[in-house]
Design a protein around this ligand. Structure first.
Ligand code: NAD
Ligand code: DAU
Length: 342
């Protein structure tokens, strides 16, 4: 099997490429623009494999995308590439709509013209918006997006599904909950808190810290995508959750404990605008139809992740230099006293 994977130098895409190539499941051409979030060091464990090749390019570049698909003739495209961070989408929405909407459209159109046999569009549970207890969203739940990021992902989901309905293109959409694990860029809650806690820096908690997220270990997510790639039905949506709903403050306290730090490091900062209170999905459909279940227990997964960051300090130092410092100041400056000082 031959795959084109987009965004394979990012956090989840690189985990998918490492797992797919190292198990010999498929050969992979990784199409990635290498934005601030793309990092070829994430692929070091497999980058000399004959099953792997990197193609540096932009999913918005129609000519590049069409030439690559024509040359590779993949059995499937697995589409991860996106601007993936909510806070960045609030600070600067344009790149989100360019990549997540125009980029997805460009890929879908090239895949349709060149008759790619399968297209997995990787999306998010954020498209359902905040969900009141005791409800959990299934795949028919209404879309109620709050941020430019989630609106762009909902738009790209609808675009992908329209290609199935209109052109009978073999598209499958996945919607996963919050991922965590090694190689995650330290702008997201868990790696940011681990990185700051290990260095004894302040831990900026938004609002009252009682927002709930459902944590999914990244390799569990990638196994689910492999299952959907093999067994998912065309034109269908599959939720993928970790069955591990926790308030943010609880996650931060566990990180503090596991890193041997003190709760006085917590800094209460101004809330994220339009902050979704609670995400909650059911993954019954993907389990029933493909047999997938999450395997990683959160406590074990969090400890493994913390240990990975401890032993990969050079990776962390490299990604925290340069652009990250500017982003950190922009996002946290003015939110509270010390959080802006990295
Ligand atoms: P990430 O930000 O770590 O990586 C994104 C990758 O896409 C980077 O390698 C980047 O260089 C690449 N990219 C960005 N714009 C591009 C473009 N125009 N052309 C080519 N490549 C481009 O993202 P992630 O956290 O790994 O998320 C991957 C996908 O999974 C996204 O579609 C995201 O919406 C979805 N998702 C993420 C989570 C999560 O918790 N992180 C949960 C559910 C779904
Ligand atoms: O639900 C899936 C989504 O999860 C993905 O689609 C997104 O790509 C991914 O970024 C993530 O979105 P969230 O906004 O939920 O993740 P983030 O890690 O940014 O924040 C998690 C929670 O932690 C959220 O309630 C905001 C809060 N938070 C985050 C940061 C970065 C803080 O309290 N402080 C922080 O510094």
């Amino acid at each position: 099997m031959k795959l084109i994977v987009t965004g394979g130098a990012g956090f989840i895409g690189s985990a998918f490429v490492r797992m797919t190539v190292s198990s010999g499941l498929a050969s992979v051409v990784n199409l990635d623009k290498l934005t601030y979030a793309g990092n070829l060091a994430n692929l070091a464990p497999i980058d000399s494999s004959p099953l792997y090749r990197f193609a540096h390019g932009d999913i918005c570049d129609a000519e590049f995308v069409a030439n690559l698909i024509a040359e590779v003739q993949p059995d499937a495209i697995v589409h991860f590439a996106a601007e993936s961070h909510v806070d960045r989408s609030i600070l600067s929405p344009a790149p989100v709509f360019e990549t997540n909407l125009r980029g997805t459209f460009t890929l879908l159109e090239a895949a349709r013209q060149l008759k790619v046999p399968r297209f997995v569009h990787v999306s998010t549970d954020e498209v359902y918006g905040s969900i009141d207890e005791p409800h959990d969203a299934d795949e028919d739940y209404p879309l109620r997006t709050a941020s430019p990021y989630s609106a762009s992902k909902a738009g790209s989901d609808l675009l992908a599904l329209s290609y199935y309905t209109t052109y009978k293109m073999p598209v499958v959409v996945t919607r996963a909950s919050n991922n965590y694990g090694p190689y995650q860029f330290p702008e997201k809650l868990i790696p940011l808190m681990i990185s700051n806690a290990l260095a004894g820096r302040r831990l900026p908690v938004y609002g009252d810290g009682q927002q709930v997220r459902d944590w999914l270990y990244v390799e569990d997510h990638c196994r689910a995508i492999q299952s959907v790639l093999a067994k998912g039905r065309e034109g269908q949506i599959y939720n993928i959750g970790g069955s591990c709903a926790l308030p943010n403050l609880e996650v931060v306290k566990r990180i503090i404990k596991a890193t041997g730090q003190d709760e006085s490091l917590i800094e209460w900062v101004k809330d994220r605008p339009g902050h979704d209170r609670r995400y909650a999905i059911t993954s019954d459909k993907v389990s029933r139809e493909t047999g997938w279940e999450p395997q990683m227990d959160f406590e074990a997964g969090l400890q493994y992740t913390i240990d990975w960051y401890k032993t990969n300090q050079a990776w962390m130092d490299a990604v925290r230099s340069g652009e990250y410092q500017d982003y950190y100041r922009k996002n946290y400056a003015g939110r509270a006293g010390g959080a802006a000082s990295e």
